[in-house]
Design a protein around this ligand. Structure first.
Ligand code: PMP
Length: 287
């Protein structure tokens, strides 16, 4: 069945949606995005995603084509029109279509930014069987640009990282820089040692995960000890357990790094508990 997508103010069947070949998102990766998950027909952490979108746009001097309230209304309309019970809403804002290719940014008064949304249905998203088994990751050098805190659509190297992982018979890759883990290809990375949860502190080196913020808040509320600092890949291989967080995977255990099994080689108790807490609590505040 054809999806309804949203393009610059119009709800259209996906076959009828059109973007110019001169759109800067297409030519220059001059675009930012957000992915919000949907559970039980409701949006998880919507306000966090809306706030991060506003920050990404402002860091790039890009105009927001919609207000926060309009964005929420469009998200809800997309969920309703596509009958999404469990799944994802993808949103992209681009610097628009200046009608030609030019490195200089167009005048925002003459070229409005563009906006696109589509949905992905994922029945049983919260019951992903992978969470029972855990993921195997490889480590690869982080050769991305220096503003990883801006959620741009420059996803070629993360895609290559996923392919490298696949080739190695693994599920995902963790990026390392100067021996320390920055984050996963599309998630934030954590280890647990002696009961302490360790994850890299926020900076321009990593994306400020919306799920990360919520999970750390819940961990603090549950009296768990959290240390925000860089950890090395060697420390990770010697950890009791590890996990990643993202809007689409929630909290996902990691059981093997570069062929080294962590602990029992099964999802650890901290990751398992945080996943339960995150899913329970975020469903309560879903909109
Ligand atoms: N880091 C990177 C590089 C990502 O692509 C993502 C997911 N978009 C995350 C972290 C997790 O962010 P969030 O919890 O907001 O999905």
């Amino acid at each position: 069945m054809s999806r309804t997508v949203y393009v610059n103010g119009a709800y259209l069947p996906e076959e009828e949606a059109k973007i110019s070949v001169f759109d800067r998102g297409f030519l220059m990766a001059d675009a930012v995005y957000e992915v919000t998950s949907v559970l039980g027909g409701k949006l998880i952490d919507f306000d966090g995603h809306a706030a991060r979108l506003a920050r990404s746009l402002s860091e790039l001097d890009m105009q927001s084509p919609v207000t926060r309230d309009e964005l929420l209304a469009i998200h809800r309309e997309m969920v309703a029109r596509n009958g999404i019970e469990d799944g994802l809403v993808y949103l992209q804002v681009t610097r628009g279509n200046p009608g030609d290719r030019d490195f200089a940014f167009p005048d925002p008064a003459k070229v409005p930014s563009g906006i696109v949304l589509f949905t992905q249905s994922k029945p049983g998203l919260a019951d992903n069987p992978a969470a029972k088994v855990g993921m195997k990751v490889i480590s690869i050098p982080d050769i991305r640009w220096g503003r990883r805190d801006i959620k741009t659509v420059q996803l070629l190297y993360p895609s290559m990282g996923k392919m490298m992982a696949k080739k190695a018979g693994c599920d995902d890759a963790w990026f390392t820089e100067d021996g320390a883990v920055t984050e996963g290809t599309s998630n934030n990375a954590y280890i647990v040692k002696g009961g302490t949860i360790i994850t890299r502190q926020l900076s321009e080196d990593i994306l400020h995960g919306i799920t990360r913020a919520a999970v750390l808040r819940f961990a603090n509320e549950a009296q768990m000890i959290v240390e925000e600092r860089p950890f090395t890949i060697d420390e990770a291989k010697a950890a009791d357990e590890a996990f990643v967080t993202s809007a689409s995977a929630f909290v996902m255990p990691v059981v093997e790094i570069d062929g080294v099994k962590l602990g029992s080689g099964k999802p650890g108790p901290v990751a398992t508990r945080l996943r339960e807490i995150y899913l329970d609590e975020s469903r309560k505040t879903a909109v």
